[in-house]
Ligand binder design. Structure first.
Ligand code: GPV
Length: 737
């Protein structure tokens, strides 16, 4: 509960109230946040589209750092209610799990139907989160489903003997939307997770079909009225579910139904990491959703028959494209099912879309051709990520451009290019940056007791902790820099650029190596920050509990942000766009959307380093064959950690072993020297304030491409075939749907 600090201070405490409000942390990382920006853009561009999701009672865990280690605290975010949602008591649907199958003859038509009954039936209840468009009357919506026992369920009707079992069933129903699985870019094959995926899909499709039926149009019109975008493979069961509804419940012929299905769905792939690709044991799917497994087998069989017809005898091709992976256990490949059931497949940045065409889905291209596969580069909302998160910069830009049109049209920002070398404007620009850095410095002081100077170079890496994102390489380079500073003569040390290296991000609770990275950052932070001999030239900060609200404070305060994934592993990245839009420069690898950002803002305004994606497989092979030695710069760093410079020797052994005993899969050693060389370059450049300011201004000025308005219009025009309809999507439309 919110308690005002003093009686009568209620009104002036609005800011305190904002701090009391909890984020709806209903996703893991960039994937869900992208969808949130897209709903903002749908509404702001007057496009008729909604987001659907699950209303978890426990969102992303809160991260505490205890003795340098991450600990997880449950995020019961609904504790004090949620004023932003509209519970829709009128919008409920039943969802079935488990149960059995039998054939039934229709007494009228004589046709035999497949019937799925029995099992567990739970209810999905809708909660709407309206998303107002900017400067329009259009209202977007995110409809979140909450699970509960179905309406026929009444505890009082159970006699004592059944009571315990009844309570168990109630708990089981409520369990489904109880908690978000905290794994980013990593699949964990739990039955409850599969239940969540089907629950989302089953409730959403019933909702969409209910609305379609109100229009009294024939089923063949469905794909002209409805477009469904699958946000990665997690909702892929929507494909067999729609086929099931059309064939079993609406009595359409298989082929007619399948034509409708494949003209309705499109699929966005968000990763090529093998451990993130969903593969579900067939037995698990069969147990939970027996009819869907039958339908998936049929979909797959008919598909393979068509492939076989076009490529007679090419058995290897059939093995590659099959939605069923043979082996023990036999597995359902969700990505293959998503490709087979969709009319369009897209990646989220140019390089990523190229990679899925040439690696992950190369075999599908042989059958479908290139046209089905396309690219839609990700984007971010300028409303949230500049106008709201950086009010002072927003104001400066608006005053210089003589208007606020840029908030809905980032092309307007290009006029800032003319001011990039204007001394007065540079000063105003860097004043805002300084102000934002002071705000972050204050946050760091208040929360961690660490003193950092806003005059230092703020070097930031905030994102989920993952080996492929290489926070490990970053902290190793910090140790390298620390050693350099310690070895300097006093006069040289005086000349060194002071730098604050800031980390933030959550590790999945079961991701042991990622958690060790956090511990190493904490240990380095403790050692470096208390070493007076380096005269505050280096500070290291780990900001606990990175989330969207904290991102809004961190991102406007960066001089440099790091996006340093091994080339070819980060599908796009979206925080890279947020930092650059706020006038922060990037230190990054030639990966994901970094590449396109470089194309837009100019190679002089971005710091690229490292190997190219096309060379990664060869380099890994080289490593596996034991043909590469670790670079000496890195050896020295690793040795210092092994020897206990950062606490008990042994603690970090499993982490260091990924470089030495392991094969350095993420190529830290290969990129290390180029990385520290770029950092040196950046520290030198930072001394020239005017040159830096010009680069910073050009960053913001040339980010038009990365507005989520541009992305969403591409989906609208090229994939969904929809047009803006300013009057269709009003608040009333949501309530009357
Ligand atoms: I799959 N992404 C994510 O945050 N979590 C996931 O489980 C999966 C993908 C991210 C990618 O890692 C980013 O590169 C990308 O920018 C983002 O999805 C949005 O496309």
């Amino acid at each position: 509960m919110f308690i005002p600090k003093e009686p009568g201070t209620l009104v002036s405490a609005m800011e305190d109230l904002i701090d009391e409000e909890r984020d709806a942390a209903l996703g893991n990382g960039g994937l869900g946040r992208l969808a949130a920006c897209y709903v903002d853009s749908l509404a702001s561009c007057d496009l008729p589209g909604w987001g659907y999701g699950l209303r978890y009672n426990y969102g992303m865990f809160q991260q505490r750092i205890v003795d340098g280690y991450q600990t997880e605290v449950p995020d019961y975010w609904l504790n004090s209610g949620n004023p932003w949602e509209l519970p829709r008591v009128d919008k409920t649907y039943n969802v079935r799990f488990f149960g059995g199958l039998h054939d039934e003859k229709d007494p009228e038509t004589g046709k035999v139907k497949r019937v799925w009954d029995g099992g567990q039936v739970v209810q999905a209840a809708a909660y709407d989160v309206p998303i107002p468009g900017y400067d329009t009357t259009t209202m977007g919506n995110i409809r979140l489903w909450s699970s509960r026992p179905n309406s026929s369920f009444d505890l009082s009707s159970f006699n004592e003997g059944n009571y315990n079992q009844a309570v168990e069933e109630k708990k089981s129903a409520e369990n489904i939307t109880s908690i978000l699985y905290p794994n980013d870019n990593h699949m964990v094959g739990k039955e409850l997770r599969l239940k969540q995926e089907y629950f989302l899909v089953a409730a959403t499709l019933q909702d969409i079909i209910y609305r379609f039926k109100k229009g009294k149009k024939p089923w063949c019109e469905f794909p002209n009225q409805v477009a469904i975008q699958l946000n990665d493979t997690h909702p892929t069961l929507a494909i067999p579910e729609l086929q099931r509804i059309l064939v079993d419940e609406e009595c359409l012929e298989w082929d007619e139904a399948w034509d409708i299905v494949t003209r309705t769905f499109a699929f966005t792939n968000h990763t090529v990491l093998p451990e993130a690709l969903e593969r579900w044991p067939v037995d698990l799917v069969k147990h939970l959703l027996p009819r869907h497994m039958e339908i998936i087998y049929a979909i797959n069989l008919f598909f393979l028959q068509k492939v076989e017809k076009q490529f007679p005898g090419d058995r290897d091709l059939l093995v590659q494209v099959s939605a069923i992976e043979e082996g023990s256990p036999q597995c359902l490949r969700m990505a293959s099912l998503a490709v087979i059931g969709s009319h369009t497949v897209n990646g989220v940045a140019a390089l990523h879309s190229h990679l899925i065409r040439t690696t992950l889905f190369q075999h599908f291209i042989r059958y479908y051709g290139e046209e089905k596969f396309t690219n839609v580069t990700n984007g971010i909302s300028p409303r949230r990520w500049l106008h709201q998160a950086n009010p002072n910069l927003s104001q400066l830009i608006s005053s210089k451009l003589g208007g606020i049109e840029w908030i809905k049209d980032m092309e307007k920002l290009r006029a800032l290019n003319d001011l990039a070398t204007d001394k007065e404007f540079q000063e105003a620009w860097m004043d805002v940056k300084l102000h934002n850095k002071m705000r972050l410095a204050g946050y760091i002081k208040n929360n961690l007791g660490i003193e950092v100077s806003p005059d230092a170079l703020f070097d930031i890496q905030v994102k989920r902790i993952h080996e492929y994102k290489r926070q490990f390489m970053n902290i190793l380079s910090v140790i390298h820099r620390y050693h350099e500073l310690k070895a300097m003569e006093p006069s040289e040390l005086d000349e060194a650029t002071p730098r604050v290296v800031i980390f933030g991000g959550k590790a999945a609770p079961g991701y042991y190596i990622a958690k060790l990275v956090i511990k190493l950052i904490s240990s380095v932070s403790a050692k470096v920050n208390s070493d007076c001999s380096i005269k505050n030239k280096l500070k290291v900060v780990f900001l606990p509990d990175y989330n969207v609200s904290l991102a809004e404070v961190i991102i406007p305060a960066s001089d440099i942000s790091q996006h340093i994934s091994t080339a070819g592993t980060e599908a796009s990245g979206t925080s890279n766009m947020k930092f650059v839009l706020n006038g922060g420069l990037i230190l990054g690898t030639v990966d994901g959307a970094n590449i396109e950002i470089g194309e837009e803002i100019g190679k002089d305004n971005i710091f690229f380093f490292g190997v190219l994606a096309q060379d990664v497989e060869d380099l890994r092979h080289h490593n596996r064959m034991g043909k590469s030695a670790m670079v000496s710069s890195l050896c020295a760093v690793v040795q210092s950690v092994r020897e206990g410079e950062y606490g008990t020797p042994g603690v970090f052994a499993p982490l260091l072993d990924t470089l030495t005993i392991g094969t350095d899969y993420y190529l830290v050693s290969v990129d290390f020297d180029a990385y520290i060389e770029k950092q040196r370059e950046i520290e030198e450049l930072y001394k020239d304030k005017s040159c830096w300011a010009a680069k910073s201004i050009r960053c913001t000025a040339n980010m038009a491409k990365f507005s989520s308005d541009r992305s969403i219009r591409e989906y609208a025009e090229r994939i969904w075939n929809i047009e803006p309809c300013p009057l269709a999507a009003t608040p009333e439309a949501i309530l009357n749907d």
